[in-house]
Design a protein around this ligand. Structure first.
Ligand code: C2E
Ligand code: MG
Ligand code: MG
Ligand code: MG
Length: 280
């Protein structure tokens, strides 16, 4: 009886796994097709200075329309694109979009930085730093307005090579931010060797403020940033309570639905044209 039961469990497990794999392969095929047909979009979420509430930058975020005005979350398809190797080409396209966006912003007198997320496989391509430099030169974008967001997973993958690549890019003038900081369980020692200018505090440490101890972690990251001479930016700020507290803790910048959601390129242009910092 028990053997029978185990069999059934194993059988069910296998078919679940197969189903999941088939679903993933289908998604990857569709993603590749939609990317080739230029159906992907890049949206932009404003980043503000806590003190002045001026918009100082924006983050480029991939959007994959699935029809009827709906979108498949990058949280789902970016990991798939990474595994399938697709993220290298998609990531290059996002960088080019970001360059075009930066130029459009500069053209209306709103020169703010545009941050781009970079995945592990992109760093593995030979001469990644050179390809970024070439792209910026081709688009004639001032490197100081382009920021690369790397996660701890990128850093820990091959710290020596990554440090070298990031240093080369930083020397060129590109900014570097550590994304989702504190979620990667990596040793803090890499902070001493890594070239970066901003720490992004993950939403995980923001979302339960003030109802849990996560505020203590946010405060720790802010003070770490201050001691290292780096800026800190809080991600995913949704309430005034969170915002007030983070500001009081000395956080430099903020990005979150409370201030602005990610929006298409044209909407960002309108947003910036009409935007007036309110008194905090
Ligand atoms: P991330 O880089 O940490 O991006 C921040 C995420 O937080 C975005 O989710 C953004 O929409 C969301 N967010 C910002 N403020 C709030 C808020 O107040 N409340 C809530 N609930 N969420 C907020 P999104 O756009 O779904 O992207 C998810 C992740 O997908 C990104 O996390 C990033 O890891 C990845 N991703 C997105 N675009 C790209 C890309 O072009 N390349 C790569 N490699 N990864 C990307
Ligand atoms: Mg990011
Ligand atoms: Mg993040
Ligand atoms: Mg995140």
């Amino acid at each position: 009886n028990q053997a029978k039961q185990e069999n059934r469990v194993v059988g069910r497990y296998t078919s679940d796994l197969e189903e999941k794999m088939a679903w993933k392969l289908g998604l990857i095929r569709q993603l590749r097709q939609d990317f080739e047909h230029k159906r992907l979009e890049v949206w932009y979420q404003p980043q503000l200075c806590f003190k002045t509430l001026e918009v100082v930058g924006c983050e480029a975020l991939l959007r994959w329309p699935s029809g009827n005005g709906r979108y498949i979350s990058p949280g789902i398809f970016v990991p798939l694109a990474e595994n399938a190797g697709l993220i290298v080409d998609i990531g290059q396209w996002v960088l080019e979009q970001a360059c075009e966006q930066q130029k459009k912003l500069a053209a209306i007198g709103k020169s703010i930085s545009v941050a781009v997320n970079v995945s592990v496989p992109q760093f593995k391509v030979a001469n990644y730093a050179q390809s970024v430099k070439d792209t910026l030169l081709e688009y004639q974008v001032d490197p100081k307005f382009i920021e690369l967001e790397v996660t701890e997973s990128v850093v820990m993958d091959e710290i020596g090579a990554v440090v070298e690549t990031l240093r080369e890019l930083q020397e060129f003038g590109v900014e570097v931010a550590i994304d989702d900081f504190g979620t990667g369980f990596s040793s803090l020692s890499y902070l001493q060797t890594l070239p970066f200018s901003r720490l992004k505090i993950d939403r995980a440490f923001i979302k339960d403020i003030p109802h849990s101890d996560s505020g203590a972690i946010a405060e720790l990251v802010i003070s770490l940033g201050r001691h290292l001479g780096r800026k800190t930016i809080a991600e995913g700020v949704e309430t005034k309570e969170q915002s007030d507290l983070l500001k009081k803790m000395g956080c430099d910048e903020v990005q979150g639905f409370m201030y602005a959601k990610p929006m298409p390129s044209e909407a960002l242009m309108m947003f910036l044209k009409n935007y007036k910092p309110k008194v905090n």
